[in-house]
Design a protein around this ligand. Sequence first.
Ligand SMILES: Cc1ncc(COP(=O)(O)O)c(C=O)c1O
Length: 320
Amino acid sequence: MPIPATPFIWFNGKLVPWESATVHVLAHALHYGSSVFEGVRCYATPKGPAIFRLREHTRRLFDSAKVYRITVPFSQDQVNAACREVISANNLSNGAYIRPVAFRGYGEIGVAPKIEPPIEVAVAAWEWGKYLGKESEAEGVDVCISSWQRVAPNTLPAMAKAGGNYLSSQLISLEAKRLGFAEGIGLAVDGTVSEGAGENLFVVKDGVLLTPSLAHSVLGGITRDTVMRLARKQGLEVRECSIPRELLYLADELFFTGTAAEVTPIRSVDRIQVGAGRRGPVTEQLQSAFFGLFDGRTTDEWGWLDYVDMQAKPRIAAAG
Ligand SMILES: Cc1ncc(COP(=O)(O)O)c(C=O)c1O
């Protein structure tokens, strides 16, 4: 999916023109994967553009940085402000995807250099539609179990959203797409279900919602948390547990969650039809509650919507 350029990117504290937000080819992160990042959505709501669960995303960015001992030279409030600023300065009122990233920049070479390279921070945003295709929301997607397993515990920290961790996701997703599937699911090191290459996974079985626990090498997804809360609010039983692979074939319903994927039904796994082979009623009910947050049908009783002041004056770096 090409990235539609916007006028500005927030880079190390200031808005700079899109094409000026560049890094050196010897930046540490480019060689050793030492970046941490977020994917955040901003929705067009009846009360104007609102960033969904911004504080939680920024907290996770800082948590990921903590695991990799990256000291972000800005506060969480400053990163939150930067996310709002890229929406208003770029006039992204129709909904957007926001990408904050912090990384070890250009300094010494070496995995663990004596002098810490400068930590660079950027926040970009652009208009973005459905990640897994427009029809997927109702029809569902076809997925496979990857021949690549997810990272084992105490190898790479799955709870940290770090650039290097996404080599695992790339292997899983590239293989799935090469074989004609929309996405791949990784198994944990014990052979139980972990998650999609960039999505958490939910099973509906006999009216109960099941999802792999954080001990199964999954990212603690913010959409995962959202869906669990919405489900419990609707009186559904939710269990975080260990899920055997075959339960995916035998599920009544399956769906992915993620900032990019939102709530996407899965209609087949390894070409075995799941349930009715399209979106099931529980998935539809949860999708409705989820998307209702953005069109006003679901009351935002958690304060998850962070409205953006589109009139705010952007702080643009001086040219040169
Ligand atoms: C590996 C992985 N798992 C799960 C998710 C879903 O997380 P979230 O709902 O916070 O976007 C993502 C996306 O960020 C991801 O990359």
